[in-house]
Design a binder for this molecule. Structure first.
Ligand code: 2AL
Length: 249
């Protein structure tokens, strides 16, 4: 099967790390295609960045070979439901996938994320996904997303310290990493912390494999049906849904 992983920010080096994490867990018959958005912010760190990322995300879903499933590799899960409307196969957001995985293996988890201003995005997702009874805290490290790329930064140490506080203060049994740029940290953190550390990229790949191998696809009854055919105006005119039920993978 083919799984397309889309980094909705425009930083290709981050996509490379996401792709490596995905390839490390993919089953032998799974082809991973990792794409970097061609338009939008270099890092997604707020509501505006998220909103602006969705056109690039849609382009990436539509370009290149068809995929059996898609993964949106940004912890805000930007455009997740819109992506499900235009795709026929499953579309997984890394935040949704990570929270569900955490709820299977611990009664309570904490999310450790990047900038303080992104905390509200995770909090909204916790509520949207019905995870209030499982999530015991959202903790911001105030690390800018692109600092995770900088080998000279002390981001690892800051993230480790915040995870330790989460385990002690929130009484959490698992940590959810709140950024796709942390996809290479889970093993290091797990060894230091002694609790499961969940990176959404890897669990989303495994959930996608499971759904595809079970023959499960996005429901096209109701709100996730292909978008209604209608004209779009202005700079988005090229994005008008082209036919009432154009099946796109
Ligand atoms: C993210 C992420 O996963 N990628 C990105 O650019 N911004 N989310 C976050 N909370 O930092």
């Amino acid at each position: 099967m083919r799984i397309k992983i889309i980094n909705p920010n425009t930083t290709a080096s981050m996509t490379a790390r996401i792709a490596a994490a995905a390839a490390a867990v993919a089953a032998p018959g799974t082809e991973i295609i990792a794409l970097t958005s061609r338009s939008g912010a270099v890092s997604i760190e707020g509501h505006y960045d998220e909103a602006m990322s969705i056109v690039g995300l849609v382009d990436a879903i539509r370009e290149g070979p068809e995929a059996d499933a898609h993964v949106i590799a940004c912890f805000g899960d930007p455009g997740l439901l819109a992506a499900r409307e235009i795709a026929a196969g499953p579309v997984l957001g890394i935040a949704e996938a990570a929270m569900h995985a955490a709820s299977f293996i611990a009664t309570g988890f904490s999310i450790v994320t990047t900038l303080e201003r992104t905390r509200i995005i995770s909090e909204h997702l916790v509520r949207n996904y019905g995870m209030e009874h499982h999530c015991r805290g959202v903790r911001a490290t105030d690390i800018p997303v692109l600092e995770l790329e900088n080998p000279d930064s002390n981001s690892r140490a800051l993230i480790l310290a915040e995870c330790e506080r989460a385990i002690l203060e929130d009484k959490s049994g698992a940590i959810v990493l709140g950024c796709a740029g942390m996809a290479d940290l889970n093993q290091y953190l797990e060894e230091k912390l002694g609790v499961p550390v969940i990176d959404g990229v890897t669990v989303a790949v495994k959930f996608a494999e499971a759904l595809v191998s079970l023959g499960l696809r996005t429901s096209k009854r109701g709100d996730l049906a292909f978008p209604l055919h209608k004209p779009y105006k202005g700079v988005l005119s090229a994005y008008a849904p082209s036919s009432p039920a154009a099946p796109r993978s």
